[in-house]
Design a protein around this ligand. Structure first.
Ligand SMILES: Nc1ncnc2c1ncn2[C@@H]1O[C@H](COP(=O)(O)OP(=O)(O)OP(=O)(O)O)[C@@H](O)[C@H]1O
Ligand SMILES: [Mg+2]
Length: 303
């Protein structure tokens, strides 16, 4: 049996006449990482705040490790990195973590290791006021990693981080999931979460548009893969006549294929190996999948 940590069902939440969350159902098990994607104003931060018990839904229910949002037990179970982090400027990074460790009853002995894991060991004894934006963000993440939260809520954890820091951050998140935390994080970078979370959920105007592993979403979207073929010298016309597809330039062809027709096409290409210089296979990425589900929604809205 999977150990569901976060259980959200049919959640609807409005601000006046604006329906910020509309019938959202989502479950995350212990040790699982789910990335929530969506445009500005899609409802991601609102969902986090509802899970924290800061906002109250009109309908539906949320359970955090079996507890109601905002209850003492739910609060103890969650560590949260808000969208914008701010700490007292005059405290050092080490002091900030010491403060939060005290609040959560976590051992102070773990602080040095945490600072090391987020790459702040060198800056640990400097005032936070001297930190760069990315360093403040890392301190925010270190704060969220204190103790062993059942549920980690990370609202845009990579905002302001350079690419290498992003990479490191996902390793740290994987470690936390490896220790059994359920992780819900939001992100804008679509390619960013590829292979770095277990599932993705795409939110569009308060509604959960699609949810699953990347492979499941790709299958559901049934987007074509593209095979890019470079013809051997002087063979482009013949290859085009044999295989169809789109001419890109004098020597290159692009052929779309579905998961079902891909292998047959590769077999045909192999049969024409003498006409080929190179083959490149591009599967649809998260960006294309995201665009597909957003577009689909637009079309539904119009009908
Ligand atoms: N306190 C509030 N009062 C009124 N409307 C709000 C409030 N908080 C959020 N909203 C509205 O709810 C919708 C969802 O906002 P939310 O902050 O959840 O979006 P988001 O997906 O986190 O966007 P972003 O990517 O920009 O952070 C938006 O239309 C926003 O204007
Ligand atoms: Mg937000």
């Amino acid at each position: 049996m999977t150990d569901t940590v976060l259980d959200i069902s049919a959640l609807t939440l409005s601000f006046g006449s604006l329906r910020a969350l509309d019938d959202v159902t989502l479950r995350i098990a212990a040790g699982e990482r789910l990335a929530l994607l969506g445009h500005n104003g899609a409802g991601k931060s609102t969902l986090f705040k509802a899970v924290l018990g800061f906002l109250h839904p009109d309908a539906g229910r949320i359970s955090v490790a079996g507890h109601a949002p905002g209850s003492d037990a739910a609060r103890v179970a969650i560590n949260y990195l808000p969208e914008t982090v701010s700490f007292p400027r005059s405290l050092t990074g080490r002091e900030v973590l010491g403060y939060f460790s005290g609040l959560r009853g976590a051992p102070r002995a773990a602080i040095a290791d945490l600072l090391e894991r987020v790459g702040l060991a060198q800056a640990a004894d400097r005032a936070v006021g001297t930190y760069s934006k990315g360093m403040r963000q890392r301190l925010g993440l270190a704060q969220a990693l204190i103790g062993a939260p059942r549920l980690l809520l990370l609202d845009e954890p990579t905002s302001g981080l350079d690419p290498i820091s992003r990479h490191d951050l996902y390793s740290v998140i994987a470690e936390a999931a490896g220790r059994g935390s359920a992780v819900l994080l939001s992100a804008h970078g679509l390619e960013e979460v590829e292979n770095r979370t277990d599932r993705v959920a795409i939110m569009f105007r308060g509604r959960l548009r699609a949810e699953g592993t990347l492979e499941e979403l790709a299958r559901r979207a049934a987007l074509p893969a593209t095979i890019r073929v470079t013809a051997a010298e002087g063979a482009a016309d013949r290859l085009h006549a044999e295989l169809g597809g789109q001419r890109i330039n004098g020597a290159r062809l692009e052929i779309d294929c579905t998961p079902e027709t891909k292998l047959a096409l590769l077999a045909r290409l192999t049969a024409h190996a003498d006409l080929l210089r190179d083959i490149d296979l591009a599967n649809p990425g998260l960006a294309e999948i995201y665009r597909h589900f957003s577009k689909h929604m637009d079309q539904e809205d119009r009908t």
